[in-house]
Design a protein around this ligand. Structure first.
Ligand SMILES: Nc1ncnc2c1ncn2[C@@H]1O[C@H](COP(=O)(O)OP(=O)(O)OP(=O)(O)O)[C@@H](O)[C@H]1O
Ligand SMILES: [Mg+2]
Length: 325
């Protein structure tokens, strides 16, 4: 069995954490899909777990002992896409391997093919892909004829394929074929109640109870984590938590250990002044940050100075200047 391990981690549904309603809906649907033979499209922003779901679906399927073959459509040069997917016969083009080569679809025989970032597939290949999905046959470049292949497709995209169709960059017929069974992975901002769970998980798996003891997050810091909109979703959260854990002097992660964009993300943009007056813009930003930090510390000026990294006298000066005292 282990010989058949085609990827680093055998992610299963047990690795998909979260209790938010939208996330559970995605997991429940994906589990039902997994046990079937249906091709499936995973749609979600970057970092929402598309790769994780693709593995989990494969590992929960009747094909779990077969190969899991992955191809990132954004990472292959246009002119190689066709031979990567479908393979080629010996001598089919100059510079090709003498012996010919089997493509990803044939490699996935008896298992699952995962086409990541499917929106990036060149248009002419999209037409061929549609035919493969309908016929379950592939034809190698320069080939003698179609061969039957037993695969299940899991495709993923973080862009809206419908928009690509409208822009003429994605075939409508392929879009409808893929769209038949769609699993939507919600962005983290749609299940923020799961943030504490993810934080604990990342701290536990990457920073086990060594030396300083179990790491935890101060209440203010957790609030900042829950307020942030997480455009990079769970992956971004994981990066921030790991970095903060290294930054922290002790076992408790404080607001000062978090990247500054987390504290300022939901503040209104500093207005563009005309003509651009840097000093005014900087003061505006400084004023908002001080106000935010005082909110976070519940008005505690000593803590505010620590977080801002300034002296008490400087803080009082600024409070007076900005009329925040
Ligand atoms: N629900 C979840 N539970 C636990 N870990 C998760 C979850 N969702 C995502 N992750 C983790 O977040 C990271 C990013 O996930 P993944 O690579 O699957 O995202 P993706 O949707 O493929 O992103 P991209 O579009 O950028 O490729 C991984 O480390 C993954 O394990
Ligand atoms: Mg991915």
């Amino acid at each position: 069995k282990l010989r058949n391990l085609p990827h680093r981690n055998r992610y299963t549904f047990d690795h998909i954490l979260g209790t938010g309603r939208k996330l559970r809906e995605a997991v429940d649907l994906a589990k039902r899909v997994a046990r079937s033979e249906a091709d499936v499209l995973l749609v979600g922003e970057t970092g929402t777990g598309k790769e994780l779901f693709a593995h989990a679906i494969h590992n929960e399927s009747p094909r779990a002992d077969g190969p899991f073959v992955r191809l990132n459509c954004a990472a292959i040069p246009r002119e190689l896409a066709e031979s990567e997917l479908f393979g080629y016969e010996p001598g089919s083009f100059s510079g090709a391997d003498r012996k010919g080569r089997i493509g990803k679809f044939e490699q996935a025989h008896g298992g699952t093919i995962f086409l990541d970032e499917i929106g990036e597939l060149p248009l002419d290949i999209q037409a061929k892909l549609l035919r493969v999905l309908q016929e379950r046959e592939v034809e190698r470049l320069g080939g003698a004829g179609p061969r039957y292949v037993d695969f299940r497709l899991v495709a993923a995209t973080n862009v809206d394929l419908k928009e690509l169709v409208e822009a003429g960059r994605f075939r409508a017929d392929l879009y409808f074929r893929l769209n038949r069974l769609l699993v939507y992975l919600p962005p983290l901002r749609d299940h923020p109640e799961d943030i504490p769970l993810y934080v604990d998980h990342f701290l536990e798996t990457h920073f086990p109870f060594e030396g300083t003891g179990k790491r935890r997050v101060a209440r203010e810091a957790l609030e900042a984590l829950q307020r942030y909109p997480w455009p990079g979703n769970v992956r971004e959260l994981q990066n921030v938590v790991e970095r903060a854990a290294w930054n922290a002097a002790g076992p408790v992660i404080e607001v000062r250990d978090l990247p500054v964009q987390l504290l300022t993300a939901d503040l209104p943009e500093v207005p563009e002044t005309d003509p651009p007056l840097l000093r005014q813009a900087v003061e505006e930003a400084e004023k908002r940050l001080i106000r935010r930090v005082l909110e976070i510390t519940g008005g505690n000026k000593r803590r505010a100075c620590e977080l801002l990294g300034i002296h008490r006298a400087t803080l009082y000066q600024k409070l007076a200047r900005y009329g925040l005292g």
